[in-house]
Design a protein around this ligand. Structure first.
Ligand code: SAH
Ligand code: SF4
Length: 473
């Protein structure tokens, strides 16, 4: 949905006609605006929606313009979020401070709001409760007060699948009906949750099934952290006591309680650096010692190379970085990762060299999908080594056998070719393991994720861009 500056439908609340922000009427007015405009096929006014309620911002977190690069060019569009019809606010995804503000707006005095928000925050993110009645240190009379005004959301599970190799995939649905996926990959020494950042992806990497979907929208912080919370629900892994008492960085303490979910990779659907704010806000909740308390060393964010956001990623999130390199020449990378036409290999590697926090102890992972006769020659391997040396990168290389999907324009390199490629990189002193594909039988492997939404055409993106420019005046 696009929000125009003026609303064409005079049945909708306009400037000056909107009830006080922060009131229930305000919420209803904005829901009315959104649904009526949808029905009338017109655009609700950004002004009237904004005016309708600052209260709504609690539900929607921020709704900044989102860059939609299409093939390679950024196209800003508004992120679409459908508010809850019952007017209650979903607390999942909100930081402690925001919860306190909402409690104050709902009538608690400042001291109470602060105290209650601290308690509720702990129950939500550290203990994983999904019912206010379970919050035993909150007075019995207070719990219905909370339940009337707030909800504790989780993405809806539409389908759960189990691979023969133990990999699990969940098809999830947002409150406004968009499907996305998350995958859990158990190993002997760790369990990795592969989390989505967007419904679909705006980039069109030619070897990636998700890239054939249209971008429906960015996931909110609640929908991102909600995936990790759902996985903990499913694995029965909420702690009984506090985990933040132990040193957050203490690896031994971390696995000692035998948990299955030990690592997170932002490698599901979407490009996390094109949804930077929401990914950052969600990961902060995951990393907070009184939140989900997972060390930043156990979280890896994968980007296809959104160079301008990489420094902020290191500074503001501080997680491990993985970069989808996949090719070492402009010609091939332009073809398989079209974002390369905007941010080329040299710029990308310079940004890697400057990535805050990268060191020999915390190496940058270069992902390299093995495509038969496209990027898998001995020369490619040698060029990869040369580039890593040239930029003095603390690097490891992950060789990913291409995972096929119906209609894919590539084939996977042969096992012998992959082995030879790996040997060349290894011999240069750079770790280059071959990743074993997981969950292929349930289409859960890298690049196989795709839900029912369809890809927007280039002309449709251009039309949306023109509309947006016009509406911005
Ligand atoms: N958008 C981000 C993260 C999600 S993709 C990115 O591109 O980095 C996660 C990883 O899976 C990326 O390295 C991606 O290039 C890889 N991938 C995509 N499609 C694949 C396929 N069909 N086979 C193997 N790996 C694939
Ligand atoms: Fe998007 Fe990553 Fe797939 Fe490229 S590889 S289309 S960036 S999800």
């Amino acid at each position: 949905m696009f929000f125009g500056n003026t609303c064409h439908d005079d049945r909708l609340p306009q400037r000056g006609e909107v009830p006080e922000p922060g009131t229930r009427q305000g919420v209803r007015a904005s829901i009315f605006a959104a649904t009526q405009c949808n029905r009338a096929g017109t655009m609700p006014s950004l002004l009237c929606l904004n005016r309708a309620d600052t209260y709504m911002r609690g539900i929607m977190a921020h709704t900044p313009l989102m860059p939609i690069p299409g093939q390679i060019d950024p196209v800003p569009v508004a992120r679409e979020i459908t508010p809850r019809e019952d007017g209650r606010v979903d607390l999942i995804g909100l930081p402690r401070q925001r919860i306190a503000e909402l409690f104050a707006q709902a009538g608690l005095d400042a001291k109470q709001a602060k105290l209650r928000s601290r308690q509720v925050y702990h129950w939500l993110y550290h203990r994983g409760v999904s019912d206010f009645e379970a919050m035993t240190d909150i007075a019995k009379t207070m719990r219905p007060w909370l339940a009337e005004r707030f909800v504790i959301g989780r993405p809806e599970i539409v389908e759960a699948q189990h691979s023969t190799d133990g990999t699990r995939k969940w098809l999830l649905r947002t409150a406004d009906g968009h499907d996305f996926e998350m995958v859990f990959i158990p190993d002997a020494d760790r369990g990795t949750l592969c989390v989505s950042s967007q419904v679909g992806c705006t980039l069109n990497c030619r070897f990636c099934h998700t890239g054939t979907m249209k971008l429906v929208r960015n996931l909110t912080p609640g929908e991102i952290v909600g995936q990790v919370m759902l996985a903990r629900d499913a694995l029965g892994e909420w702690p009984k006591g506090r985990m933040d008492v132990a040193d957050e960085e203490d690896e031994a303490a971390y696995t000692a309680d035998g948990r299955l979910l030990t690592n997170i990779v932002m490698m599901g659907m979407g490009e996390p650096l094109y949804n930077f704010d929401n990914v950052r806000d969600a990961l902060k909740l995951v990393m907070d010692g009184d939140g989900l308390a997972l060390s930043k060393r156990r979280i890896t964010l994968s980007t296809s190379g959104v160079v301008p956001m990489m420094e902020r990623c290191g500074e503001e999130i501080g997680v491990n970085l993985a970069v989808s390199l996949h090719a070492v020449t402009k010609e091939v990378r332009d073809e398989i990762v079209p974002l390369n036409r905007k941010f080329g290999i040299e710029d990308l590697l310079e940004a890697c060299a400057a990535y805050p926090g990268a060191s020999n102890a915390r190496r940058i992972t270069f992902e390299y999908v093995m495509l038969k006769d496209r990027n898998d020659s001995d020369d490619d391997a040698r060029e990869l080594v040369r580039l890593i040396r040239k930029y003095k990168l603390p690097a490891k290389v992950n060789l990913i056998p291409f995972n096929p999907w119906p209609g894919a324009p590539y084939e996977c390199s042969s096992p012998e070719r992959i082995r030879r490629f790996s040997d060349i990189v290894f011999e240069a002193g750079i770790s280059a393991p071959v990743r074993t594909p997981r969950g292929r039988d349930i289409d859960a492997a890298c690049g196989q994720l795709k839900t029912a939404a369809e890809k927007k055409s280039r002309s449709e993106l251009d039309r949306l861009y023109a509309e947006k420019q016009a509406s911005l005046g």
